[in-house]
Design a binder for this molecule. Structure first.
Ligand code: PMP
Length: 381
């Protein structure tokens, strides 16, 4: 039986029928012309999505965490030091991956709800040299968006490679690889790109590829991008069996992104974020992320006094909308609502109405229709 609940967790995002249909195509040979066509098209579209003319795209079975690991293992060599900019849970994960592989690293962390400032980055780079700097574009635990373009400016003259974890941003918030001097964008299928989970996705700049080629070896086999490069260039070759159906569905997802247009898609994400937040504020909620750092892809929402997290999320689920709880120190105090991928304005309105209905069922007094009006005012502006 199909589950008709609207999935507004911070990924996976709702999957539209066009992508589900592509996923349900008959499984073809992984080295067939059909598969080669779709993988090539997905790679070309991926370059458009991250604004890279000459980058090397990689799409392999896995998830965002594998992409994080691949980014580090293919750009960090003996004697290199990495600076991890962490604004929360997933920056800390990047540091854990460094630790797991014995990579020399420092962490420059911000308070939860904010991000490291370009000035702090600059000061750290003046104090110490780093071969690689890694940041999380949007931390999914805190809803904080990092100033990636400004980081790129700070890094311009340092010679450090710049890796961006775009798992909660790519395809929903601009990441202009060439213009901003990004060397690796890593991401996953299940968030702003609207495909079911199952892919590790990366685009490497020429400089990053040069770095990999200069490494005699990397402590990886499946994750060694030089083993995948021939397949990405000619998908009729074999290295390890790719997830045929998922990749064909991802190709369709990238077509949808390109058809919508990147700039329009980024604007839609901003508009929907503003509309949802206006509706939630009208219902008495406030927001965890510090002003000026709010991401367009998810909201971390504080409960009004007296609203119980578990009861609220269970009630909301009953009203057809699934959201996530808080991570780490925010657990029980907030819920996290994703608003990324191929969402529609009808779904935005439905979500706010479901929240209102849930509050009423929990005995809260709300002004009927106020939230819907607040949403409409943004969507029609
Ligand atoms: N980075 C960020 C910013 C994420 O939000 C996530 C997933 N929530 C990951 C990395 C890890 O991705 P995955 O769960 O697909 O391994």
């Amino acid at each position: 039986m199909p589950d008709e609940k609207l999935l507004l967790i911070p990924g996976p995002s709702p999957v539209v029928p066009r992508i589900l249909d592509a996923l349900a195509l008959p499984t073809v040979s992984h080295v067939s012309p059909e598969m080669a066509h779709d993988l090539k098209e997905a790679c070309e579209n991926l370059k458009k999505i991250v604004f890279s003319d000459e980058g090397e795209p990689f799409i392999v079975a896995g998830a965002g965490t594998l992409a994080m690991e691949m980014a580090l293992l293919n750009t960090v060599g003996p004697g290199d030091r990495v600076l991890v900019l962490s604004q929360g849970y997933f920056g800390d994960r990047m540091a854990q991956i460094c630790q797991a592989f014995g990579i020399d690293h420092d962490v420059l962390a911000s308070e939860w709800g904010r991000a490291v400032t370009p000035r702090e980055l600059d000061a750290q780079l003046k104090a110490k040299n780093y071969s690689v700097v890694v940041c999380t574009h949007v931390d999914t635990a805190t809803g904080a968006c990092a100033p990636v373009e400004e980081y790129g400016q700070v890094l311009e003259t340092t010679g450090s490679l710049f890796i961006v974890d775009g798992v909660c941003a790519t395809g929903g918030i601009a990441e202009r690889m060439d213009a901003w001097g990004i060397d690796v964008v890593l991401t996953a299928a299940q968030k702003c790109l609207g495909t079911p989970p199952g892919l590790a996705i990366l685009v490497l700049s020429e400089l990053a590829m040069e770095k990999r080629r200069g490494l005699a070896s990397v402590p990886a086999y499946y994750s060694d991008l030089l083993r995948w490069l021939p397949i990405m260039r000619d998908p009729t070759k074999y290295f390890s069996t790719p997830c045929v159906n998922e990749i064909r569905a991802f190709a369709e997802a990238t077509r949808i992104v390109v058809e919508e247009g990147l700039e329009d898609r980024f604007e839609r994400h901003v508009l929907f974020a503003e509309a949802l937040r206006a509706g939630l504020a009208a219902l008495g909620f406030s927001f965890f992320t510090a002003p000026g750092f709010e991401a367009a892809t998810l909201s971390v929402v504080r409960y009004p006094d007296g609203v119980d997290d578990k009861a609220f999320r269970a009630g909301l689920g009953g009203n057809g909308v699934v959201v996530a709880g808080g991570l780490g120190p925010t657990a029980g105090q907030v819920f996290r609502m994703g608003h990324m991928g191929n969402l529609t304005s009808a779904q935005v309105r439905f979500a706010v109405e479901a929240v209102e209905k849930t509050l009423v069922s929990l005995g809260r007094v709300v002004t009927p229709g106020a939230a819907r009006s607040a949403v409409d005012a943004v969507l029609k502006s």
